[in-house]
Design a protein around this ligand. Sequence first.
Ligand code: HEC
Ligand code: HEC
Ligand code: HEC
Ligand code: HEC
Ligand code: HEC
Ligand code: HEC
Length: 495
Amino acid sequence: MKGPKSKRSQWVSALVGNWVGIFGVVVAVCCLFVELFLIAVDLFQGFRQPYMGILIYLIVPSFVWIGLIFGGVGAWLELRRRKKLTAAEARDEASGERRTRQLVVALACTSLFLLLTSLGSYRAFQVTESSEFCGALCHTPMKPEYTTYKISPHARVRCTECHIGPGASWFVRSKLSGLYQVYATVTNSYPRPIPVPVQNLRPAPETCEQCHWPAKFFGWVELRRQFFLPDKQNTPWNIRLLVKVGGADPTKGPVEGIHWHMNVGNRMEYIATDESRQTIPWVRVTNRQTGAVTVYQSKNDPLTPQQKTLPVRVLDCVDCHNRPTHIFDSPYTALDASLWLGRIDPAIPSIKAKAAEALVKAAGAVSQAPGIALIAEKLSKGYPDYQDQPKIGQAISETQRIFRDNFFPEMKTDWKVRPNNIGHYIWPGCFRCHDGSHVNETGRAISNACNSCHIITAQGGQQPETMSLQGLKFDHPGGEIPPEILCNQCHTGAP
Ligand code: HEC
Ligand code: HEC
Ligand code: HEC
Ligand code: HEC
Ligand code: HEC
Ligand code: HEC
C-alpha cells in the first residue's frame, strides 16, 4: 500500500511540515504569480515607468528565489526530523519505473525554470543597460548628470554608449565598478560631487567615433550669441561668429580648421597637471608621415621635474567636447538665453544681475527645495513696487527652472565644478594651449589670433548694422582687454 502517492504526499507534507517551509512556499507561489502577471502585462502592453523593469526582472524574481530556498531548507529540516522517526519507511525503495518518471518530471521542471530565468536575465541585462537604470535608480547621486542629459543633444543616446561602448571586457569592468557604485549608493558613501571620470572613460575612438566619423568635414559653423550686460538696463549685446570647424578628410574638403587636431596624419599628446585637465603646460605634435616632433611648452608655468613623470594623454574628442551631454550652464549663460527668448522680461531693471545673485545664493542651500524657495524670496523682495507684478512672477519661475536644470546643491554640483572646454569665455578651454605663451624651441607660439578659430561677422546692440565676412575686430563691451589677461580671469559666469 506504500505507493508513489504516499511518497509524494510525504514530501509535500514535509514542505509544509514546519513554518520555514510554509513561509517559503507562500512567498515563492505569491511572487511567481505576481511575476507571471507582470511579465504578461509587460509583453502585451509594456510599462512606461522605468522602475517597473527593475521590479519585474530583478526584485520580484529574487523573492521567488528566496521563497524557494526557504521552502527547500524547511522541507529538508522536516525530512531529517522524520527520518529519525521512521527509519523503516525510508528503507522502502522506489521501483525503477517510478524513478524514471520522477526524473522526467524533474528535468521538465528544470528546463522550464531555466527558460524562464534566462528570459528574465536577458531582460535584467537590458534593464541595467538602460539610461533610466543608470540615471533614475541612483536618484540623488546621478540626478545632476541625468537631468542635464535629458535636455542635451544626446538625450536619445544611451549612457552606456558613451560610458561603456561595445565589447566584453569594458562591459565586465563597468559591471564590476557598478557593483561598487550600488554599494556606495546604499551606504550613502559616494563622493559629492561625483568625480569626473576622464581617467577611466573609454577612449573616444571606441565610443564617440562609433557614431561620429572623426575625419568628417563640417565646414564653418555659425554661432549666434545674445548677451545682456549685468547693468540696470540689461543692455543687449550680441555676436555672430563663423567657427572654422573644418575637417580632416582630404577627399571631402581642405584639411584645416579646428578638427585639424583630429587629423589622421598627426598625433597630438599632452600632459595635464590637474585632475580636471585645466592646466596643460606641455603639448607634443608628431607628424606620422615624416616623424617630425614638435613640443610646445608654457613659458608662464613650465613643467617641474616631478610633473615630467605624469602620464601623457593622446588628445581626442573628449578633450574639447568634455560636456557633450552633461552641460551645466552658468547663471549668466542661462539667464542670457531666458532674456533673449523673452522668458524673462528684459525691461525689468537689473533683472539679470539680481537673478544671477539669487542663483548663486541658492546654490549654497543644502538641497534644491530650499534653494527654490530662496530664489522666490530674494526676487520678490527685490521688486516690491514694480508695477507689473505678473512679470516678476514669471521671472521668478523661470529663474527657478534654471536652478532646477543646472544646480544640484545636494551633490555640490553646478557649473563651477563642471568646466566646459569648448571655447574660452568662462573656462580656459582652447586657451589651455592657445594662450600665446605655449612655444616650441624656435619660440613660435600656438596661435591665439582671434581670427584663427573663428571670424566675427556681426556684433553690437540689438540689431547690429554691420555684417562682414572679412571678420570684424572684436569690440569688447567691457573696454580694451589687457593682452596678458585671459577672458575667464574676468568672466566667471556669475557676479
Ligand atoms: C554623449 C556621450 C555621453 C552620454 C550619452 C552620457 N555621458 Fe556621462 N559623461 C560623458 C563624458 C564625456 C563625461 C566626462 C566629462 C569630463 O571629463 O569632463 C561624462 C561624465 C559623467 C559623470 C561624471 C560627472 C561629470 O559630470 O563629469 C557621470 C556621473 C555621468 N557621466 C553619468 C552619466 C549617466 C547617468 C548617463 C545617462 C543618463 C550619461 N552619463 C550619459 C559622456 C556621456
Ligand atoms: C549613439 C551615437 C552617438 C554617440 C556614441 C555619440 N554621439 Fe554625438 N551625436 C549623436 C547624435 C544623434 C547627435 C545629434 C545630431 C543632430 O541632432 O544634429 C549628436 C550630436 C553631437 C554634437 C553636436 C552637439 C550640438 O550641440 O549640436 C557633438 C559636439 C557631439 N555629438 C559629440 C559627441 C562626443 C564628444 C561623443 C563621445 C563622448 C559623442 N558625440 C557620442 C550621436 C552620438
Ligand atoms: C580641438 C578641439 C576639438 C576636438 C579635439 C574635437 N572637436 Fe568637435 N568641435 C570643436 C569645436 C570648437 C566645434 C564648433 C562648435 C562649437 O563651438 O560648439 C566642434 C564641432 C563639432 C560638431 C558639431 C558640428 C556642427 O555642425 O554643429 C561635432 C558633431 C563634433 N565637433 C564632433 C567631434 C568628434 C566626434 C570629435 C572626435 C573625433 C571632435 N569633435 C573633436 C572642437 C573640437
Ligand atoms: C592640448 C593643447 C590644445 C588644445 C586644448 C587646443 N589646441 Fe588647437 N592646436 C594645438 C596645437 C599644438 C596646434 C598646432 C599649432 C601649430 O603647429 O602651429 C593647434 C592648432 C589649432 C588650429 C590651427 C589648425 C590649422 O589649420 O593649422 C586651430 C584652428 C585650433 N588649434 C583650434 C583650437 C580650438 C578651437 C580649441 C578649443 C576648442 C583648441 N584648438 C584646443 C593645441 C591645442
Ligand atoms: C583657439 C581657438 C580660438 C581663439 C584663438 C579665439 N577663440 Fe573665440 N571662440 C573659440 C570657440 C571654439 C568659440 C565657441 C565656443 C562655444 O561653442 O561656446 C569661441 C567663442 C568666442 C566668443 C563668444 C563667447 C561665448 O563663448 O559665448 C567670443 C566673443 C570670442 N570667441 C572672442 C574671441 C576673441 C576676442 C579672441 C581673440 C582674443 C578669440 N575669441 C580667440 C575659439 C577661439
Ligand atoms: C579685465 C577683465 C576682462 C577681460 C580680460 C575680458 N572681459 Fe569681457 N567684459 C569685462 C567687463 C567689465 C564687461 C562689461 C560688463 C560686465 O561687467 O560683465 C565685459 C563684457 C563682456 C561681454 C558682454 C556680456 C557680459 O557678460 O557682460 C562679452 C561677450 C565679453 N565681455 C567677452 C569677453 C571675451 C571673449 C574676452 C576674452 C577675449 C573678454 N571678455 C575678456 C571684463 C573683461
